[in-house]
Design a binder for this molecule. Sequence first.
Ligand SMILES: Cc1cc2nc3c(=O)[nH]c(=O)nc-3n(C[C@H](O)[C@H](O)[C@H](O)COP(=O)(O)O)c2cc1C
Length: 251
Amino acid sequence: MNSTAEILLNRRTIRKYTPEIIDDDLLNELLKAAMRSSTTGNMQVYSIVVTKDPAMKERLAPLHFNQKMITEAPVVLTFCADFNRFSKWCELRNANPGYDNFLSFFTAAIDAIIAAQTFCIAAESHGLGICYLGTTTYMAHGIIEVLGLPSGVVPITTVTAGWPAEKPVQQERLPLDAVVHTEVYSYFSDKEIVEFFAEKEGREDSQKFIEENDKQTLAQVFTDIRYKKEDNVHFSKTFLQVLKDQGFMNQ
Ligand SMILES: Cc1cc2nc3c(=O)[nH]c(=O)nc-3n(C[C@H](O)[C@H](O)[C@H](O)COP(=O)(O)O)c2cc1C
């Protein structure tokens, strides 16, 4: 087996999977590894919903904008912030849970994301491929309905997992200096910012993106097409409503 560092440095998102299933023993081992993650106060304020049933995947697919990984991956995992279980335990033990607020949601969301990432590393260390789906937060209402999530539970992110049927080229990353600050935050000059993004801009696929979308710069592909303000505002509103509906905004 490769070293952990090799696995981490060579990884890439996998969006195409073979039809082979993930054996239950292996899946349980990966889930146990995810549950070994650090968790706030050892409260484990998250849940993982495992979807393998093709009929359930069909119901989830439109909520993930029909990204084909949902129906093609053998396993789909929805990682949820979850204060339901812990609050119920408090009530059963004569303790008054104070977790119906934004801070508690954020705490639980952090727990969920850390568990998700541990699952991904464990899966990749076994040669599996994974893909995160950010559509979870966009379509949280629908996902809550399909998965039957109760009050105090909010879907945070989805991971599809399966045996890779592709080996895509690795995506670039910004230089270390762009991301890592020593002791205090570094304020970058315009020239430095442009240099940081030069590799990303220079890639063949970036140039293709610009042409296909009839834009002048790669940044415009992000601001005008992929992550545009009107969508961000719309999905912010719907997600805030989800937090209210699931009982997290009662402060
Ligand atoms: C929170 C999150 C949401 C993502 N959502 C999607 C998604 O909806 N669809 C998709 O194909 N990839 C998605 N990705 C994968 C990213 O596109 C991918 O990680 C990024 O392009 C870098 O590629 P790499 O992981 O191969 O290095 C997501 C990744 C993260 C962390």
